[in-house]
Design a protein around this ligand. Structure first.
Ligand code: SAM
Length: 277
């Protein structure tokens, strides 16, 4: 019997079984997401444009907040479709001028999809944007899940207890199983959903020319807790390639989408320097 020809593979379709560990697509996130196979991604890390916060064309693409919200719900819907059943989506929210737009987005998104967590990133140093209220110094990361049992390894990012705290805690005799208590104290405390990680300053060695580059340490927490080696991590707004750098370092497969060729170039250079360095 003659074999039926397989249907043409859509441009850039990523089925999740490609042999390459990572790839950057220079293109529009929504168009590229629409071409990806359903259920093919373990983890989505999205740091989308904020909407009229920055004086860059990529942050000024929408005539008003409603258009931005519509667009956000559309790409989030596609990201949810490509996510596998136990996957998580981490979506950054903006700082400064227009937090309320992100509040609207959070309300709409958690109304449509399952809420998993809300992380507050304390950037340590404020962002000198407002004269009439407190200086904003935090960003939010909304976490959505597809099912009630997402892949999440709480132990992957434990923080060490100092010696004095360990000594103090061991005096507490309420714990029946002292051996288990000792094991926990030696392994370190679980990270809370308040993350105090300094944002990158101009003089930081990590800085590479992208205006909203995220610290590697911040993305690392997400990758380590919410994926395993070999899993596919998708960043639909790759920017300078931070997610790709972390995924690569920890043996995850990765796919990044970025619209601006200049940023794609920066990301490629960063990744190359990592290989050579
Ligand atoms: C907030 S930045 C991401 C920064 C990134 N997390 C990093 O650490 O470098 C958002 C990025 O989305 C890109 N972008 C904006 N609209 C896009 C679209 N429709 N498709 C793909 N990328 C887009 C911008 O060029 C910008 O680099």
């Amino acid at each position: 019997m003659k074999k039926k020809p397989s249907p043409p593979r859509p441009r850039n379709c990523y089925t999740g079984d490609e042999t390459k560990p990572g790839r950057i697509i220079c293109g529009d996130a929504l168009i590229e997401l629409q071409q990806m196979a359903s259920g093919s991604v373990q983890l989505v890390i999205a740091d989308p444009p904020y909407f009229q916060v920055l004086d860059h064309a990529w942050d000024q693409q929408w005539p008003d907040a409603e258009a931005y919200l519509d667009w956000s719900m559309t790409w989030l819907g596609e990201a949810m479709r490509v996510l596998c059943a136990n996957g998580l989506i981490y979506c950054f929210g903006q700082l400064g001028k227009r937090e309320h737009t992100f509040l609207h987005l959070m309300a709409a998104a958690t109304h449509r999809w399952q809420f998993h967590d809300l992380i507050t990133w304390d950037r340590v140093v404020g962002y000198n944007e407002r004269r009439d209220s407190f200086t904003p110094a935090t960003e939010l990361i909304l976490v959505l899940r597809k099912s009630a049992k997402p892949k999440f390894n709480k132990s992957a990012v434990r923080e060490p207890y100092d010696a004095a705290t360990i000594k103090e805690y061991l005096r507490d005799k309420r714990y029946q199983d002292q051996a288990a208590r000792r094991r926990h104290l030696a392994a370190g405390k679980f990270a809370t959903n308040l993350w105090r990680i300094p944002s990158l300053k101009g003089r930081s060695g990590e800085k590479c020319g992208h205006p909203t580059q995220k610290p590697l340490k911040l993305i690392e927490r997400i990758v380590l807790t919410s994926s395993d080696p070999g899993d596919l991590v998708l960043d639909p707004f790759l920017g300078s390639g931070t997610t790709a750098m972390v995924a690569k370092q920890h043996g995850r497969r990765w796919l990044g989408i970025e619209m601006e060729p200049a940023y794609v170039k920066i990301a490629r250079q960063r990744l190359k320097a990592k290989i050579n360095g």
